[in-house]
Design a protein around this ligand. Structure first.
Ligand code: SF4
Length: 189
C-alpha cells in the first residue's frame, strides 16, 4: 500500500472528486470546445498533422486549469518509465519538431518493465511541446504522486485527464493518417 493514510478506495474517491471539480471548474467555452472537437476536426479541411496539433493545443488549454487538482509537476517523472504508445503521425510530429529521427529499423524489443523513455533527460521531458497523446493524458488526480510509483502503476488505476471527445479525436486522427497502429516509443527512437 503506497500511502498508509489512505486505502486505494479512499485515494480513488479523492481522484474522482478532483476530476469532477476540475471538470466543473473549466470555463464553459473550453468545455464546449472539448464537446465539439471531434466533429470540428472531422470536418476541417487541413493536413492531419495540423489536426493533431489542434488537439494537443486543446489538451494544453485544459491542462492549464488542472494544477490545483493534481500532484503532477515538472521533476516528477514516474510515468515516463511506463509503456508509451505512439502512432505514426505522432512519430512524424516528434521528428519534425525535434529533428531527432526514428531508428532506421524498428524492432519490438524485450526490455525491463520500467525502462525510462528515451526523451527523459535530467528528470524532465526533452520534447515536452510535442510529447505524445498518452503523455498529455497522463495527469493523475490523486492527492500525492505516491500511487504513480512504478511498483504501484499497474496494480491501481485512477481517473486521468481523459475526455470522451478528445479520445475520439485522437482515434479519428490516427485513422485519417492511414497508419492507426501504435508502437512503443522505446522501439522507435
Ligand atoms: S515523451 Fe516525454 S512525457 Fe512522454 S514518457 Fe517520454 S519523457 Fe515522459
Amino acid at each position: 500500500m503506497p500511502n498508509q493514510d489512505q486505502t486505494y478506495e479512499e485515494a480513488n474517491k479523492v481522484a474522482k472528486t478532483n476530476f469532477k471539480n476540475f471538470s466543473d471548474s473549466l470555463p464553459s467555452v473550453l468545455s464546449q470546445k472539448e464537446a465539439k472537437i471531434a466533429k470540428r476536426l472531422t470536418k476541417a479541411n487541413m493536413p492531419v498533422l495540423k489536426k493533431l496539433n489542434r488537439l494537443y493545443a486543446l489538451m494544453d488549454d485544459l491542462s492549464a486549469h488542472v494544477e490545483k487538482f493534481t500532484p503532477c509537476a515538472k521533476g516528477c517523472n514516474h510515468c515516463c518509465t511506463y509503456p508509451v504508445k505512439v502512432s505514426e503521425i505522432e512519430i512524424q510530429n516528434i521528428e519534425n519538431s525535434s529533428g531527432i529521427k526514428r531508428k532506421p529499423i524498428i524492432l519490438k524489443q524485450e526490455r525491463s518493465k520500467f525502462t525510462p523513455c528515451p526523451f527523459l533527460k535530467d528528470g524532465a521531458c526533452s520534447i515536452y511541446d510535442t510529447r505524445p497523446f498518452v503523455c498529455r493524458r497522463h495527469v493523475t488526480m490523486t492527492e500525492t504522486n505516491e500511487w504513480c510509483k512504478p511498483e504501484n502503476a499497474f496494480e491501481y488505476s485512477f481517473p486521468l485527464l481523459s475526455f470522451t471527445e478528445i479520445n475520439k479525436s485522437y482515434d479519428l486522427i490516427r485513422v485519417e493518417s492511414g497508419r492507426p497502429s501504435l508502437l512503443e516509443i522505446r522501439d522507435v527512437f
